[in-house]
Design a protein around this ligand. Structure first.
Ligand code: SIN
Length: 549
């Protein structure tokens, strides 16, 4: 940015960062309190919620109970789920989904008006509600975005990239953001991070481009406690095409009878697991990933599912057609892709983080409900439940005035830095993380990824302006600062994931180490802060929070 770049200061009671299901739920529930929702996307809604084909798991069917849903959630999490949090998720979740059904949200229903309930892997009952067939996320967040736009207490600021928290004496006092027109200090005593996951830190992902781990990196730089960072869920059946993100072929297809085939057209999952295609997601992903890595393509035959649920998969059909593929004519090529981050910023049952004035909800948070492996269709549920709980807690907290503080200096990027260089750094970082900390990891691969990511982080750090340059016309424009900021976040979350994956010398849930193939009952620490990473990694280029005053 040049010295004439505007630097605005705006006051708010509450800042919500993120435009997916969790952030919009929190903002809506806080009404009529004044909320500023900032999102780097060009409009509402944004984030991965929009891409969610699978539904929302909730014990709302006859004979189903939240306790049973909680038991399935705990079993899927491979020993690391917080059982009390799972009980809360499933109890509050059933109530929330009933409320949405009563509110008339357009869920798929039987002729008698009752919700149509699907079954997915590792669920003991049919308890997945869908909307628009396989367009659940899109249907839900589009409806919530309409409500949000009609809510006068919420001010929405789009094209606004959250850069760093502002902290004074350990207390969150706001957030510095790079808007399309310049810098804005959003002064506020309460900040809610709802920025989603980290999929776009990996080369191959089902997540949208905005999923660069911004909230996780922001919280890490501010010193928040993080946990379970090594646990990244890879979706087994992304369409094997050259696209970014790669299109998802929902698990509900296999729930409705779609079959996994090898090149000879033979099913292989029955030899891998008693539940065959409906085995837990990590088992299916590894069975496919092993074959693909050995150069043996894998296919998903959608035809049994399309016949069983005519009209049930419009999104999948449209995505295949976009890539010139016809799933009615032939099986579709599939391969795993980074999909969901179980780890994140540690929160309690009300979404409070370890930092005074900071809450987190949705994928960026680590509530403990997913442990080492998330149960299918529990993520939209988590966003709904904890978005609402955070809003209640924030609303109940007495408002104390902010301490006085000086305007923080924004990080500055040199004027000659261009998109091509930042693209190259981003691409190399994504490949390094996917190759080294992908579906199956080992110590050597993780160490190689760490070296590469450290080198790239150091290179990125060199692109900052010297202090003395910051008043001159030597600084890059906002779109470059934003791209630099996303690269900085990608590299930080990548190094955090690698660090946690190196420390966990066992295989558990989604974390599979070929050099430590068995689970180790000795409990390893789940939490991490940036200073602990610094303790082992030495200098952390570019990671000093610019706004701790
Ligand atoms: C899917 O539709 O397969 C994804 C659902 C989820 O991630 O829970």
């Amino acid at each position: 940015m040049t010295s004439s770049t505007p630097y605005d200061v705006r006051d708010a009671e509450v800042i919500v960062v993120g435009s997916g299901l969790a952030g919009m739920t929190a903002a809506l529930q806080l009404a009529p309190r004044a909320v500023t929702l900032i999102t780097k996307t060009a409009g509402l809604p944004g984030g991965s919620s929009l891409y969610a084909q699978g539904g929302i798991a909730a014990a709302v069917g006859p004979g189903d109970r939240p306790e049973d849903h909680a038991a399935d959630t705990v079993a899927a999490g491979a020993g690391l789920v917080d059982a009390a949090m799972a009980a809360l998720l499933t109890r509050d979740g059933a109530a929330q989904v009933r409320r949405l059904l009563d509110d008339g949200l357009p869920f798929d229903r039987a002729p008698d008006g009752s919700p149509l309930l699907g079954r997915e892997a590792a669920h003991g009952a049919a308890r997945i509600v869908h909307a628009g067939g396989d367009a659940t996320g899109r249907t839900l967040v589009t409806a919530l975005a309409d409500r949000l736009r009609a809510t006068p207490s919420v001010r929405v600021e789009t094209d606004a990239f959250a850069v760093d928290l502002v902290l004074r004496n350990g207390r969150v006092c706001g957030l510095l953001a790079c808007h399309g027109q310049g810098w804005v200090l959003h002064r506020a005593p309460r900040v809610i991070l709802a920025t989603g996951g980290i999929g776009a830190a990996f080369a191959r992902t089902t997540n949208p481009a905005e999923a660069t781990g911004d909230g996780l990196a922001i919280a890490a730089r501010a010193g928040a406690t993080l946990a379970d960072l090594e646990f990244v869920q890879f979706h087994p059946t992304a369409l094997a095409v050259d696209a970014d993100p790669v299109p998802l072929l929902t698990e509900a297809l296999r729930g409705a009878g779609a079959l996994l085939l090898d090149r000879q057209g033979r099913r292989f999952m029955p030899d891998e697991h008693p539940l065959a295609e409906l085995a837990p997601r990590d088992v299916v992903a590894r069975a496919i990933g092993r074959r693909v890595a050995a150069g043996e393509p894998v296919f998903l035959d959608l035809r049994p599912a399309l016949a069983a649920k005519p009209g049930g998969f419009p999104t999948v059909l449209a995505l295949c057609a976009e890539h010139g593929l016809d799933p009615v004519a032939e099986p579709m090529p599939v391969a795993p892709a980074a999909h969901y981050h179980m780890g994140g910023v540690v929160t309690d049952a009300d979404g409070r983080t370890s930092l005074d004035g900071l809450w987190a909800c949705g994928e960026v948070a680590c509530t403990g409900v997913h442990g080492a492996n998330r149960l299918a269709s529990n993520s939209l549920l988590e966003a709904l439940v904890f978005g609402a709980r955070v809003a209640r807690d924030v609303a109940d907290r007495p408002l104390s005035p902010l301490p006085p503080f000086a305007l923080p200096r924004p990080p500055t990027v040199a004027a000659d830095v261009g998109h091509a260089l930042l693209d190259a750094i981003g691409t190399e970082a994504r490949t390094a993380l996917y190759d080294g900390a992908g579906l199956v990891r080992n110590g050597l691969g993780l160490l190689a990824a760490r070296r590469k990511l450290d080198r790239l982080a150091a290179a990125l750090d060199m692109l900052r302006c010297e202090d003395g340059d910051s008043e001159n016309d030597l600084q890059a424009p906002p779109e470059i600062v934003r791209q630099w900021g996303e690269a900085r976040n990608r590299l930080l979350v990548g190094r955090l994931v690698v660090h946690a994956a190196l420390a966990r010398e066992e295989s558990r849930g989604a974390h599979c180490r070929s050099d430590h193939p068995l689970p180790n009952p000795a409990s390893l620490s789940r939490t991490l802060t940036l200073s602990e990473l610094a303790g082992t990694a030495g200098h952390l280029p570019g990671d000093a929070a610019c706004c701790i005053l």
